[in-house]
Design a protein. Sequence first.
Lengths: 495, 297
Amino acid sequence: MLAGLEARHVEVQADSANGEAKFLLVGLAATSVKEARERVRSAIKNSGLDFPQRRLTVNLAPAELHKQGSALDLPIAVAIALTQIGKAPPHRSAFLGELSLDGAVRHVAGVLVAARWLRKRGYDRVFVPAVDAAEAALVQGLEVIPCTNLAQVVGHLVRGPAIEPQPPTEPVIEHDLEASDCDLAEVHGQDEARRALEIAASGGHHLLMSGSPGAGKTMLARCLPGILPPLELAEAMEVAQIRSLLGDLAANRPLDWTRPFRAPHHGVSMAGLIGGGAGLALPGEISRAHHGVLFLDELAEFQASVLQALRQPLESGRVAITRSAGAVTYPARFMLVAATNPCPCGWAGDGLRACRCTPAVIDSYQRRLSGPLLDRIDLKVGVKRVSLEALASEPLGEPSAPVRDRVIGARRIQLERQGCLNAQLKPARLRQLAVLDSVARRTLERWAEQRGLTARGFHRAWRVARTAADLDGSDHVAERHILEALGYRLHDVAA
Amino acid sequence: MSPSGTFSRRSAIAFTMSPPDLEHLRARGRWPLPNRPRVAIVGSRRPSPYGEAVAEQLGTDLAKSDVIVVSGLALGIDAAAHRGALNGGGVTVAVMGTGVDVVYPAAHFRLAEEILAAGGALVSQFPDGTSPRRQNFPARNWTMAALSDVVVVVEAGEGSGALITAEAALDLHKEVMAVPGSIFSALSVGAHALLRDGAGLVQNARDILSILGLVGEVLDDPLPAPNRLGFALLPERDGLVAHLSDVLALSAADVARKLQLPVSEVLGRLTALELDGAVRRHGAGYIRALRRGKERA
């Protein structure tokens, strides 16, 4: 049974004794598990097997663990069938799968997560629904038996191996990713935002774009996946596990090398964004965006409490959620890309169209983007509308491919130097790895003093400067890198 | 100019307003005012640095000529006009849309104190304790016009409250004047509409003084540019400042394109200039600062 990205071992014991024909299921089972009784009874009968006409007790151990989900159908049915035949269950094997009434084994979510955990616990073999077999076979060193129906599984166990194990799914890295739906070549102008996007992609920094409606913020954000490198194998596995839990993995292609790009609507609930649900929490959008991009359009329209909840994951790259059935932790190391209008009407600072908002209204609009959240965003950039005549002309922007090459180069420098991206550097390592020359240090300190930069803001600017230097191929961080980094610390979203 | 302006949306409100009763104003400070000419300077609450510098300069120059500067204590042009008058050692009056004991915005508490200390006054037609309410400000604008001999509009976008003051002034047969701005700026629309309809052109304080009959001749020379910074910039950085405007914000990308430099470099240099106080952020861009270090209230 799954508990977040961990699994719990459930032992299914079946015993039939003399007495009135009855089917008892004990061991703290949730409704979804209790219903297994009916599914299992029909599945066994419809598979041409005998259902015990005696008092049958199925115990799910350990008894104190709250059990839920339909993946216990298959182990329960197998336990009953083997009891009836009088055969011992196979050693170091695990079963998961949902049964339909005709005995077919149906898909369940989280097979990959379960398989990894079983491997770690020293299991040799796992019986999974055939549709999920490719997913389970991503785990090396575990025999995966794809099950299509109950009769076949029982036959395999009783009369000797009949099902071919699933061959291991070889992780083949696909280098030519599907073309991203947006290419930077299609973006008119916006040199400043392009540069900010490149820095953000290189160092894994968070980015806020502010500008009038139609300035091109969304299009710029959609270009981001196209300038990011493909996922590494370990990253792809983590992404696949999250998707597996949500039953979101493509059956024929369990590993996807494209970085996730999630763009939840601003009406999203706390549970939807952070993770949640009854019993044990399921991953939310921030975990689906793990190793990828979380794009929040119209940032100020999100509920304040939902935005507040982003603060912890933004710092730590993980999120811990407690629900009635216990606490789970999911990874959530995403790049936050947010877009906002500068004011409710959207035209403050536009220059061409007059803004109709009073200063007080603009102030409260911007305050909604709470200071602490803005403080955690490394790069803030204004996006100006491009004139209509410029739009009509051929865009002259640099296409995504060369930008992506630079991003990959800068990322390689970081990974070789420190094993992580600059955005994840702790202050102590930052001081060590991003040595400032005296001029650069004085400039950073002067700015911090003048603008009342928080310690967090100070380090964030420093990290961005490190990334600017990496893009520059420079070992040390010079004043020009600090100055550029500070240029992206707009304190004011509009003005 | 005729009252049939182009800003008819607000006119509906303006014309239903009866002229205010000046006998029953509440006041703090020196009241009634000494018998001297009075000029209202009004405009946007979010002006460009250009508009702010103009309002401040006019306030100072008028104060030096013993003219009482009237304004509304609001953000932007109003505050700059009061401030300028105080700098010129003059008397200035804040006509408030709240009770005289309620300073709005609260950030102008010190400005209000300084106005009182310099022998000026805070006046209001509303009872003490009245908090800021949207519907009270048009009436306040009428009072401002009624208290003044001339109304000068500096930077007023379409629909600005300053245009109500201008209409009220016409209705009360007061002189209306306007300061032109950049044709590229949305903030110029109101003042330019007034000029088109016959408002007096203001290029310097003398234009206003001549309407008041205080100086005989109108000169065409523009205001001397304010002393920009009072300190020297590094030459490499100064070069960049020359490409910035004091009315319209240019983005780092705009400047980079103009100079054929990488945007990362220009952004860094602009940040350095910002650190020195020579440029300011304005919206998504940068604008040349006209005064050193002084933040807008």
